[in-house]
Write a protein that binds this ligand. Sequence first.
Ligand SMILES: *Cc1c(COP(=O)(O)O)cnc(C)c1O
Length: 499
Amino acid sequence: MNYVSTRGNTGGVASAKAIRLGIASDGGLFTPEQIPQIDISQLEGFKGKTYQELAVAILGMYLTDFDKADLAEMVRAAYDYPAKFDDLRVTPVTRLQEGQYILELWHGPTCAFKDVALQILPYLMTKSSELLHDDSGIVILVATSGDTGKAALEGFRDVPGTKIIVFFPEQGVSEVQRLQMVTQEGKNTYVVAVQGNFDDAQNGVKEIFGNEEIIRKLRENHLAFSSANSINWGRLAPQIVYYFYGYLELCRGNVIQLGDPLNVVVPTGNFGNILAAYFALRMGLPLGKLICASNSNNVLTDFIQDGIYDRNRRFYTTISPSMDILISSNLERLLYYLSDCNAGLIKDWMDQLKRTGRYQVDQGTHSRIAAIFYGGFASEPDTKATIHRIFAQQKLTVDTHTAVGVSVYQRYQQETGDRRPALFASTASPFKFNSSVFEAISGEKANEAEIALLEKLASFSGLKIPGGLKNLDKKEIRHRTVCQKEEMGRVVQDLLGIH
Ligand SMILES: *Cc1c(COP(=O)(O)O)cnc(C)c1O
């Protein structure tokens, strides 16, 4: 299986190279030249597999240059219960209400769905270096809206031959998220607060990736960059697995029969998670509509509706901060497939986005998008009301991101009358966003600091505080660097000592 750049100038690399590089040299994203296909009889065969076995089967279809036994070993280590995930099923499915099910993606060490990919990415990355006979040190640069940073730090912590530098927006993450990152342990971990929003941090990282001078200095020091953001194919591929798992779980529970369509609802920011659902659909998993749920930063809602991507709008800081994004990087991969792999066109649109903040896709591409996806958004009051309603009616506590999905789906059903069963990607533990969740379920104002609230949320909801979030306030603060967005390149050189 070959990986090509969405912008066309880098052709045909194996998955190890795509993962090791993270991003193509022309600025495009590596993406599979063809999407592997499965049929119903193969799907039937998947029914008997555990999560780990399913992961080996599906990753094996994409990472064809990896040895199957190596993949099995990496999967075993990454999804170990109870060392890494606190549920044997890795991504268990629970019932929300009639016809609506929740795919719990937050049972990993940092309590968000990103663990599913970031627990295995370091193995994929170091194995890729091995396959490529490349022994230079790997420097992972990450821009985070909150959850990626911690999940990547935890995944790469003390992995030999790697260093990881994480930039987060100083005012753009929850207190729990911030503490998770600044208390990070590990000899190879660096965490920096940027005075700006997520897009500033992400643009800064993209600029460093393309900075010839820094890259040359890195090379002189026998180092090379890679990315742990969802622009890296090694982040995307592991996420395809859980859509299969969720579908098969519902088959095993006799909620659906093999072949029945299942709608999938995904709270979306960078378009990585929902793109994994698109890959599952294109592979042959019988999914129905893919519901792209946004918060007030509703660029994608507008785009799916009218084909115009326009980031020139107010940026909102919301109670679902991991979706506070105006440039959804992974959309580029979708556009590549839906424009008949027309890399020239993608390059034009991305150039326009960079120059003017806006582009409009042609009618054919837009109608193909609208046939597969529904876009909607939930305001902050909608989101809180949804958390409240779910708690009152179902005695379930969901986080703010998951609630955005549920709220958007309610509107979708009202508009369309679609009664097919639905699977909601639940992207974070409610404890990660506890003040908003506590206020929504209790109707009380949360006066305590977020950390003190963990206990309160636990007793109110009847849930246990996840191991990864306990005692956060007692841990030593190990990272205090703050910088302006223009200084990120210099900070990277300082931290690596490569002036
Ligand atoms: C990252 C994140 C999202 C957004 O996922 P994308 O793949 O960027 O679309 C949603 N919810 C939570 C909790 C996240 O951490």
